[in-house]
Design a protein around this ligand. Structure first.
Ligand SMILES: Nc1ncnc2c1ncn2[C@@H]1O[C@H](COP(=O)(O)OP(=O)(O)O)[C@@H](O)[C@H]1O
Ligand SMILES: [Mg+2]
Length: 397
């Protein structure tokens, strides 16, 4: 089934200040943000941005402070208006909405979670979640029930009566999340929601968000300045540079394996690549395979031809085992006489998870799909190289 586009951003520019037209022209001529500011007094916060967000995905917008992340979120829910370009939400250009549709959009389509929680500190947990509902005209018993349910989802049952300012940061952000979830929005916008939290709590909240996403399958736009966070939770990541340009939109793995430019590269040094990159992204076509009906002689020449020391044995494409070149002493027997059992891995396994296998064996690691068909192999060199890179990056600091 084709993925449904939830948000489509096309050629978007956001310019603050009184000379947007002049600033736009200068931006088209590739003048820098600083130069344009000097010439016009206007700030080009977002420059020629295009990307789509699919229904149900977690799309992460990543960039340093001032790169335009918050501005981009606010253009998408139309708290700010795009200066040039278009944004479609549910296939509808949000600049053409009637004022009633706009209210609907902000209330029901989008839910927002902020870095500094945006809660009422002296009110109770329940009040805070109810408050979000009341703005949306949900009252009384129904508001109570929905608030309770949302609090349950984020693990805050039993805390309804506590005052928000008595809670830890992590718990406060759970309240913020519950408030957004209670409205049951189609799209959740999260602006650095975990940036103010301690590292340990932050990781817990990331796991929690992934669990909630599994359960609810909501479309999420998540802003962060931390690439580690981005690769942990993003299905795809859009990276904004300091000029407000989106320099790469890709899966976490592709960003780590093929950074678009030196700006992106500068972030990936301290990401734990083996924990993110999956076998399917680095596996190669099996270098030597032969069906189990073959003779040792046929396998022997196949290995010679392919210049390998190992050959995978298959039965109708399904992996049966492996044969070592040096084990073959008699060319006239069936190849299965020399076959050893071999452990294979799933294409979705991360490199980190395969390290024990790599260390233990001296042959390429076979990769099989659910039907146990051999779909690829991974050479030890490839894995060791990736592990080494991480080591080099860590030592360089
Ligand atoms: N209301 C505004 N007026 C003028 N400039 C603004 C305004 N809001 C944001 N900016 C500028 O736009 C750029 C992007 O800001 P912002 O979206 O807040 O970045 P981020 O969220 O990535 O830190 C910055 O250069 C900032 O100074
Ligand atoms: Mg911001």
């Amino acid at each position: 089934m084709a993925e449904r586009t939830k948000v489509a951003v096309n050629d978007l520019y956001k310019i603050f200040g009184y000379q947007p037209k002049k600033a736009y022209q200068l931006a088209a001529e590739e003048f820098s943000k600083a130069e344009i500011k000097q010439h016009t007094g206007s700030v080009v916060a977002l420059r020629n941005i295009s990307f789509n967000v699919n229904e149900g995905e977690i799309f992460v917008i990543m960039g340093l402070s001032g790169s335009g992340k918050s501005t981009l979120l606010r253009c998408i829910n139309r708290l700010k208006s795009a200066t040039y370009g278009s944004i479609e939400v549910n296939q509808k250009d949000i600049m053409t909405l009637t004022s009633q549709e706009l209210i609907e959009l902000r209330r029901n389509v989008f839910g927002m979670v902020f870095q500094h929680f945006g809660l009422l500190p002296h009110r109770t947990v329940l009040d805070n979640v109810r408050f979000g509902l009341e703005i949306n005209k949900v009252q009384g018993e129904e508001a109570n029930n929905r608030a309770q349910k949302a609090l349950e989802r984020v693990g805050l049952s039993g805390w309804e009566g506590s005052k928000v300012d008595e809670l830890s940061g992590g718990m406060q952000q759970r309240v913020g999340l519950a408030r957004a979830l209670a409205i049951d929005p189609e799209i959740l916008l999260m602006d650095e929601p975990f940036s103010a939290l301690d590292p340990l709590i932050r990781t817990q909240m990331q796991d929690e968000l992934l669990r909630l996403h599994q359960e609810m399958q909501k479309t999420i736009l998540f802003v962060t300045h931390d690439l580690n966070e981005a690769v942990r939770i993003g299905d795809r990541i859009g990276i904004l540079d300091s000029e407000g340009t989106m320099v790469q939109v890709d899966t976490p793995e592709q960003i780590l394996l093929n950074p678009a430019n030196s700006y992106v590269e500068s972030f990936i040094g301290d990401v734990d690549k083996p924990a993110v990159i999956r076998i399917e992204s680095i596996m190669k076509h099996p270098s030597c395979t032969i069906e189990q009906s073959a003779t040792a002689s046929q396998a022997h020449s196949a290995m010679q031809q392919n210049n390998t020391h190992f050959c995978f044995i298959t039965d109708n494409g399904k992996l049966q085992g492996i044969v070592r070149f040096e084990d073959i002493a008699n060319l006239d027997v069936r190849i299965t006489d020399y076959m050893h059992k071999v452990t294979s891995v799933d294409p979705l396994t991360t490199i980190k998870e395969c390290v024990p296998f790599i260390i233990k064996h001296h042959h390429p690691m076979p990769v099989t799909n659910r039907e146990k068909e051999l779909v690829g192999e991974v050479q030890q060199d490839q894995v060791l190289q990736l592990l080494e890179e991480k080591g080099v990056a860590a030592n360089a600091e």
